[in-house]
Structure formats: C-alpha cells, structure tokens
Design a protein. Structure first.
Length: 356
C-alpha cells in the first residue's frame, strides 16, 4: 500500500484533516498541504505552501511525488468573479507544478451542493426551486460558479497528463476542525454551550422550510471513505458523486435532540428568522468567561464558529437532500447515523476541552 502516496490539499480543514487521518490508517504515505499546516499527528507529513505562488509550490513539493491528489480547500473572496479567478488558479498552479513529475494517477476534488443550487438569487430571485432530492445528473446552472471553474481545470489537466479524476459533492459537512470557514457542528456546539451557561433557549435561527423539510448532512469520515473508494476503484473513475450520511431527518426533530444533549431548552421556528450571526454578535466576552471558568483551550468565539455559513445552510427557503445513485450503483454502501455524527463530534470537543 505504501506505493500510494497521497497529497491532501487543505489538510487543516474539516475535510482534509479527517481524510488525512483515514489515509494514514489505511496505510498510505500522506502529505498534508496548507498555508499554515498545524498538523499535530506526526504520521502526516506537513507541506507549507501558498497555492497562489507557483515558485513557492515548486520549492515545497520538490521532494514530494504524489500518486493521488485530494483537493479540499478554497479561499473566500468578495465576489463570485473573484472566487472563480482565485480558486481556479489554485487548482491550476498545483496541477501544473505536479505535471512535470509525471506521478499523479488520480485527482479528487471536493466541492458541494452549490453546484446544483447556485447562489441565493438562483432559486429565490428566479422563483424556480430545484427538484429534490438533488441528483448527480442535474446539469450546471447558468450562473457563475467557482466549483465549475475548479472542475474545468481538473478536466484540462487530466486530458494533458492522463490521470483519472473524481468530483465529490457533500451537503453540510459535520466533523472536527478548529478555525474552519464552514463548520456547522462546532458552531452549534459552542452556541448550545453559551445558551446553557446564560440560561437562554436554543432559538432556531433558520427558515420555516428548513425547520419542517427533509434534510441530510455529510459526516467528514463518510466523505473520506468515499474519496478513498473512488480513488482506488476502477469503476468509479471520471465521475461525479454526491455524498451524504445515507439517512434523512427534519430539523424540527434534530434541533431538540441537540438541545437535549446539552441540557438546554429549545425553541423552533416561530414565524421570524433569528440568525446565529445576530445571536452570537455580542457573545465574545461571554465565551471568554466560559473558557476561563471551565479551563478550556483559549480559542476566540469566531475562531471556533462560522455563524454566517450556518445561517446560509439553515436559512434556505427550500428543503434540501440528495440522491447518491452514482456511487450506490457501484457498490459504495457506507452509512452513518446523523444524530451519532453530532454526538461523536460533541464528545470529541468535550474530550479536547474545546467546549465545557
């Protein structure tokens, strides 16, 4: 197995960090690339590099000869035009640098459901809601989208260099990561901890459609399983895959279960939207007091939480869940209970003294 050499791009993120550990567990030699690779596990080899600087990439990867690339990072910009320019350039720079080594056999790209949903105005402004469950056969939308630009860079490089590829489109990812741009699970854990300490109810922050409709999420471990499966399964080459846990739930059930775990009261949709960004806006000092009182690791509130992204997910005016036909037909049968995903994460955060 050691002839398989993985380069995980975005190794400190919610997807990349969990993927790197799964690769190591399965016997891969694994490199983790990031701008600031705070990789605590000594069995992942850190690579410090700036994807926007080709010369820096060449230096950083001088002695790295990967067979498999797992690309799971992006840089948030002020507009989609800027997102497209910056995020496609990161993919292009990496693959151009590695092209000269002639060792890459497979490239996997992690994107998400924005592939199908597009920007908010795509389904709200137009008044045309996508059919659910979201299916892999649904075509690209007529909106600018940096996911499409990233895909196109991989297709171009694959034609040039002869490697195979896979595209992976998770729903909201639940897993352990600190300082991640999109981290609903940790955000809810910190929010619930603040509610418990202050005696407040957990107020549902999103829309009625999300409160009442069906939903699903993606455990970071099940995403890692699918990434490795597609990279090592000949039948799965050159395909796009949706990836979720395999169960569905309604937030009007799950919200109460999360509140119950933390021992707080909860309140559901009451006719108005109360975004987490507003609820947490003035709670930085409250969190610092909690950190001091319980001897937690000294993380700032907005280092741990991403309320803006949680609000986007829970505020959608439509229900969203996906179909996994492409991988299910090829035999990928992994399943993860979603309530267990949340509890597993909460227990890990407690064990590591991130939350009380």
């Amino acid at each position: 197995m050691m002839d398989r050499i993985a380069l995980v791009v975005g190794a400190t993120g919610i997807t990349g960090s969990n993927l790197a550990q799964e690769l190591v567990a399965q016997g891969w030699k694994t490199y983790g690339l990031a701008r600031h690779p705070k990789i605590e596990k000594s069995d992942v080899f850190p690579v410090k590099a700036d994807l926007l600087d080709p010369e820096d990439l060449m230096r950083a990867l001088e002695t790295v000869y990967p067979t498999h690339i797992f690309f799971s990072t992006w840089m948030r910009q002020d507009s989609e035009t800027a997102n497209i320019e910056v995020n496609s350039r990161m993919v292009r720079n990496l693959l151009d640098v590695l092209s000269k080594k002639n060792t890459v056999e497979h490239v996997a790209l992690v994107t998400g459901l924005k592939h199908y949903l597009g920007p908010f105005e795509a389904y709200v402004g137009a008044g045309v809601f996508p059919n659910t469950p979201i299916r892999e056969e649904q075509p690209r939308l007529q909106y600018p989208n940096f996911y499409y630009a990233q895909e196109d860079e991989i297709y171009r490089a694959a034609d040039r260099d002869g490697f195979t590829w896979s595209i992976h489109r998770p729903h909201t990812v639940i897993g352990h990561a600190i300082g991640n741009l999109m981290n609903l699970g940790v955000t809810l854990a910190v929010y619930a901890s603040i509610c418990k300490e202050t005696g407040k109810k957990m107020l549902w922050p999103g829309s009625e459609a999300q409160w009442r409709g069906l939903s699903d999420v993606t455990d970071s471990n099940i995403l890692a399983q699918q990434l490795i499966w597609a990279a090592t399964n000949k039948a799965a080459k050159n395909m796009a895959f949706n990836i979720v846990n395999g169960d569905v739930f309604r937030w009007n059930w799950m919200w109460g279960r999360i509140a119950q775990y933390f021992g707080v009261e909860s309140e559901g949709f009451n006719g108005t939207v109360t975004p987490l960004a507003d609820q947490l806006a003035n709670e930085s000092q409250t969190w610092q007091d909690i950190v001091k009182k319980y001897g937690l690791h000294d993380h700032e509130l907005f280092e741990l939480t991403s309320p803006w992204h949680t609000d986007l997910d829970l505020g959608r005016p439509i229900e969203v869940m996906v179909d996994m036909a492409n991988s299910r037909k090829l035999g990928f049968g992994a399943y993860q209970n979603t309530e267990d995903s949340f509890i597993k994460l909460f227990e890990q955060l407690r064990l590591e003294r991130v939350i009380p």
